[in-house]
Design a protein around this ligand. Structure first.
Ligand SMILES: [Zn+2]
Ligand SMILES: [Zn+2]
Length: 163
């Protein structure tokens, strides 16, 4: 069974145990996200659903499917990219941190409970009640860091003397 098939099988089992339905559009959106090696925006998902030989889908269908998948913890939303990614371990509710490669677009999901707890207590200390703690780190992944000389991957303009 490939990765996408096993994620879908796991999602089916999870939904059944929770008494919710993984309807065909929900399943299809999850499949598209899992098959992709980078996060996808809602319109990219819509385009993939409208591919040749596929039944057409309307934007509300995609948004409703995404809402369901987010609710069930099967996908995550990446705020900085306005995109979605399939969760690698949806069997339990969790807060994640994301490492986003600015060069190849690869996203790694971390589940660091200590970091989540620390963030929660730091927020509580200032009387803040987090609704959706979002931790997204933009940088260079290990694969890209090994490729090419440094500087080539660094797209920032060089500092100017006038600064
Ligand atoms: Zn996750
Ligand atoms: Zn990379």
């Amino acid at each position: 069974m490939d990765r996408t098939a096993s994620v879908l099988a796991r999602a089916e089992t999870l939904c059944r145990s929770r008494g919710v339905r993984l309807t065909p559009p929900r399943r299809r959106v999850l499949e598209i996200l899992c098959a992709s090696d980078r996060p996808l925006g809602a319109y990219e998902i819509l385009a993939a659903m409208r591919g040749p030989g596929k039944a057409s889908a309307a934007p509300p269908t995609v948004y409703r499917a995404l809402d369901f998948l987010l609710e069930q913890g099967l996908v995550h939303r990446l705020e900085t990219l306005h995109a979605f990614i399939g969760c690698t371990h949806p069997d339990h509710p969790h807060s994640s941190q994301f490492l986003i490669c600015a060069d190849c677009g690869e996203v790694q999901e971390l589940e660091d409970d200590a970091l989540t707890e620390r963030l929660g207590s730091a927020a509580a200390e200032s009387g803040f009640r987090p609704r959706r703690p979002v931790v997204e780190v933009i940088g260079t992944c290990a694969g890209c860091a090994h490729k090419g000389p440094p500087g080539e991957t660094d797209r920032r303009p060089p500092p100017t003397a006038s600064e």
